[in-house]
Design a protein around this ligand. Structure first.
Ligand code: NDP
Length: 502
């Protein structure tokens, strides 16, 4: 052995004498069970893969910091937001949603935009996307929606029928579908896209007053997208292009950054607003609630080990800190359960003590045991509460201010008097340029053309309801009869579904 090199050991620390030749009976003979190094090596390898995330499986991450640039103490008592200039360490992960762990970064898909703030009051996780809205607004629909974006149960192929069947029968999706099929559905890199909380959150101050907020992380690299053609080429040329770009930019010292803007709404404004502020398929118009810049996110350090830091990172919108709480947004309420639950499945019940997830704040609690408990497990300190042996005590000073809820327990549909088409129409009519609209129509027709004609008609009627020009151009692109699309658009959702074969 050359001098200065460490001796190779087994996982249990015993020296390994040879790692090239299995122990056999004679030079050609069968392998001996007593080659325990071989057995350990093979059995560990057999278990190297953990379940991939059911959504957001392919991702890249980086470390960095968040810096406060404005005084928000009148809105929230969150300590990490308490002072201009204050910095908090973060870990961010970007991802595609529907594809598997090896899928191409250039797929048309929303991008996950998750940030873990290691604050002095515990971890605060922001689990957003690069889109300000979402396809559905009730968590009961989530598993069905995701099934349609993944693979057909029979063929194991991506399937345009199920993709568009579900969306056309769920017209609340039209706003997100319009964003997804614009070129923002294929961001050029992770650095060149915005991140949005999409959900509304509650901020409360030390007087117990509360506000509703939405976060917008605006890229300081500028928005850049791939066109349809560029994204198709990129998938073949470099399926990992965005992962590579993030890593290489940070290695070069070009640290990506985002400006954090927030929109803030008082409880009175929320009651009167023309849109339901807790409906995740809607935005709050900027003219109604002008965004305020409050901070800056900078990513300046690559992970040293992908599995330890990126794959094992686990974000949950349920990780709040004092001063920040949930809103009644139904999708958010579902995610408060689902993220923690899926991490327990993927990483085990002690995933919160993995180094990447471990809070920097002190953890004093009564949870003990479980698979892979690799810290001191609380030693001999009490594992029950209340106790008279000096165990940690709850502190009512950290309570979220009480708030009123009322109403009949039932399965309530959304009844807010706004429609699901107006904001998508505004994006099409008012925000998009001629070029954006041209690309949108091509991006849609090149995908929707693969679905059955009755599904094409139903979905095109939904585009028509957002804007007649939008629907007509999709109809033309698909060779559909615009009059028939218009007729379907004028029907109720139920009649349209029946007329198109539901
Ligand atoms: P504005 O007219 O004030 O601004 C337009 C917004 O749209 C900008 O934030 C811009 O982002 C964003 N945008 C531009 N192209 C696209 C696209 N293809 N997909 C998604 N977003 C895009 O916005 P309003 O508040 O008046 O809302 C009008 C429409 O803009 C909404 O119906 C919604 O579709 C969209 N929008 C609104 C947001 C909001 O929070 N109010 C957030 C994002 C989009 P950027 O500044 O980064 O270029």
């Amino acid at each position: 052995m050359s001098q200065g090199k460490k001796t190779y050991t087994t996982g249990f620390g015993a020296p390994v004498d040879d790692d090239q030749n299995s122990k056999t009976a004679g030079s050609t003979g069968p392998v001996l069970m007593q080659d325990t190094h071989l057995l350990e090596k093979l059995s560990h390898f057999d278990r190297e893969r953990i379940p991939e995330r059911v959504v957001h499986a392919k991702g890249a991450g980086a470390h960095g910091y968040f810096e406060v640039t404005a005084d928000v103490t009148k809105y929230t008592k969150a300590k990490f937001l308490s002072e201009i200039g204050k910095r908090t360490d973060v870990f961010a992960r970007f991802s595609t949603v529907g594809g598997e762990k090896g899928s191409a970064d250039a797929e048309r898909d929303p991008r996950g935009f998750a940030v873990k703030f290691y604050t002095e009051e515990g971890n605060y996780d922001m689990t957003g996307n690069n889109t300000p809205v979402f396809f559905i607004r009730d968590p009961l629909k989530f598993p069905d929606f995701i099934h349609t974006q993944k693979r057909h149960p029979g063929t194991n192929l991506k399937d345009a029928d199920m993709f568009w069947d579900f969306l056309s029968l769920t017209p609340e999706s039209i706003h997100q579908v319009t964003i997804l099929f614009s070129d923002r559905g294929t961001p050029r890199t992770f650095r060149q896209m915005n991140g949005y909380s999409s959900h509304t959150f509650k901020w409360y101050n030390d007087k117990g007053e509360y506000y509703w907020v939405q976060y917008h992380f605006k890229t300081e690299q500028g928005i850049q997208n791939l066109t349809l053609e560029e994204s198709i080429k990129m998938k073949g040329k470099d399926p990992d292009h965005a992962t590579r770009d993030l890593h290489e930019a940070i290695e070069r010292g070009e640290y990506p950054s985002w400006r954090l803007e927030v929109q803030i709404m008082t409880p009175e404004q929320a009651r009167e607003y023309r849109f339901d502020p807790f409906d995740i398929t809607k935005v709050w118009f900027h003219a109604d609630f002008p965004p305020i810049t409050i901070g800056r996110l900078v990513l300046n350090q690559n992970p040293k080990n992908y599995f330890a830091e990126v794959e094992q990172s686990a974000f949950s919108p349920a990780n709040f800190v004092p001063g920040i709480a949930a809103s009644p947004d139904k999708m958010l309420q579902g995610r408060l359960f689902s993220y923690h639950d899926t991490h327990i499945h993927r990483l085990g019940p002690n995933y919160h003590i993995l180094p990447i997830n471990r809070p920097r704040a002190a953890v004093n609690y009564y949870q003990r045991d479980g698979f892979m408990r690799f810290d001191d497990n609380g030693g001999g300190t009490p594992n029950y509460y209340p106790n008279s042996f000096g165990g940690p005590e709850p502190n009512p000073d950290f309570a979220e201010p009480p708030f009123e809820v009322s109403g009949m327990a039932d399965r309530h549909p959304f009844t807010h008097p706004n429609d699901d088409f107006f904001q998508a129409g505004e994006l099409y009519r008012r925000v998009m340029t001629d070029e954006d609209r041209d690309h949108l129509i091509t991006n849609i027709t090149s995908h929707l053309c693969n679905a059955q004609k009755r599904i094409q008609l139903r979905q095109t009627a939904v585009f028509y309801k957002a804007d007649p020009d939008y629907g007509s151009r999709v109809a033309e692109g698909l060779g559909l009869d615009t009059k028939e699309v218009k007729r379907l658009a004028e029907m109720s959702q139920e009649d349209r579904a029946k007329a198109t074969g539901q």
